[in-house]
Design a protein around this ligand. Structure first.
Ligand code: PAP
Length: 330
């Protein structure tokens, strides 16, 4: 008879962490709900964060000093962050890596090349020295606009915002949660997760408030915030890659256009290419998560395979109500 295996440990970043007494007291004063992956979510500045992430959220706000040359990729969780991290890195650092056989994306998961402020850079108690990083520095975050470090809002650093149809975002998040949940907690049902998502109680939620915060900024300061949807990128990748390059001040030159550099970047960062690399099939992040958890289907419309008519109706109503008058549609 096979020996029962112990359940895999929760990824390090999701485990409850040794907080300073000050942070512990603060976090315990926040509204708290049952989490999808880790035990708890805490509501801070109107948005929900896992316990372990709170340390990183607070430290990012306190310590991160954005430079005018920085690029910050902001996204709602499960909107295609991994993809856009790869695209951003390949685009912005293209002069450093002209040989496609030697590209860092072939041996590193995109999350390693473009770290999350609150989940990687500031997750430990020590404050890292980021001054030695070569410009443009690339970081990412799931923080809502209201919680961004002041230096991001007040400097000339660029913000690229990515979101995705909430139906597909939800389905992707539900799969992700069940992959990462400790075996001892069992799975979270589609119905329970859906109800929480609709009520805004999800990582980085409420989804609609997150999206609207950046949508508004992108309208008011288009030179600062560029707003992207996963679906647009899937439909017209070359067009949106060019838009991105122009926004970031590194447009493709006529020679690059002739050489097909944009297509090379998109090929390198495609779901098929990245998900089949050894590093993404069998590698792990230092936090313990398997790189493969970030690649599932990468398609538009997978929600049709999961959501009931009632669920679709409920989400459509919320979309209608929340996005009314904003000019934004999913
Ligand atoms: P994160 O928020 O935890 O960083 P994120 O990368 O935003 O995760 O979301 C993962 C989703 O992006 C997955 O979607 P799915 O569950 O609907 O399949 C994943 O498959 C998709 N994804 C990852 N890489 C790519 C890619 N290169 N092209 C398209 N989609 C991708």
């Amino acid at each position: 008879m096979a020996t029962p295996q112990p359940p895999p440990a929760l990824p390090q970043y999701l485990q409850e962490y040794e907080f300073s007494q000050e942070n512990r007291d603060f976090i315990s004063s926040l509204p708290t709900e049952k989490g999808w992956i880790a035990n708890h979510l805490h509501q801070y500045q109107g948005f929900w964060h896992a316990t372990r992430h709170m340390q990183g959220v607070l430290a990012s706000q306190k310590h991160f000093q954005a430079l005018d040359t920085d690029i910050l990729l902001v996204s709602t969780p499960k909107s295609g962050t991994t993809w856009l991290k790869a695209v951003l890195f390949a685009l912005v650092k293209r002069v450093h890596y002209p040989d496609p056989q030697q590209h860092p994306l072939l041996t590193n998961n995109p999350h390693v090349l473009v770290p999350f402020l609150e989940l990687d850079v500031y997750i430990e108690k020590q404050v890292p020295d980021l001054t030695c990083l070569a410009p443009p520095r690339l970081f990412s975050t799931h923080l809502p606009y209201v919680s961004l470090p002041d230096s991001v809002k007040n400097s000339a650093c660029k913000v690229v915002y990515l979101c995705r149809d909430p139906k597909d975002t939800f389905v992707s998040l539900w799969h992700f949660a069940n992959k990462l949940r400790a075996k001892s907690r069992g799975t979270i049902s589609l119905e329970e997760a859906f109800d929480k998502f609709c009520k805004g109680v999800s990582l980085g939620g409420p989804f609609w408030d997150h999206v609207l915060g950046y949508w508004k900024e992108s309208l008011e300061r288009p030179e600062k915030v560029m707003f992207f949807k996963f679906e647009e990128m899937k439909e017209e990748p070359t067009l949106h890659l060019r838009r991105l390059a122009e926004f970031l001040g590194c447009p493709f030159s006529p020679e690059e256009e002739t050489q097909g550099v944009a297509d090379d970047i998109l090929r390198l960062c495609s779901f098929d290419n990245l998900s089949n690399l050894d590093v993404n099939q069998s590698g792990k992040l230092s936090s313990g998560e398997e790189n493969s958890t970030f690649f599932r289907k990468g398609e538009v419309g997978d929600w049709m395979n999961y959501l009931t008519d009632e669920m679709v109706e409920r989400l459509d109503c919320i979309n209608e109500e929340k996005l009314q008058g904003s000019g934004l549609k999913f």
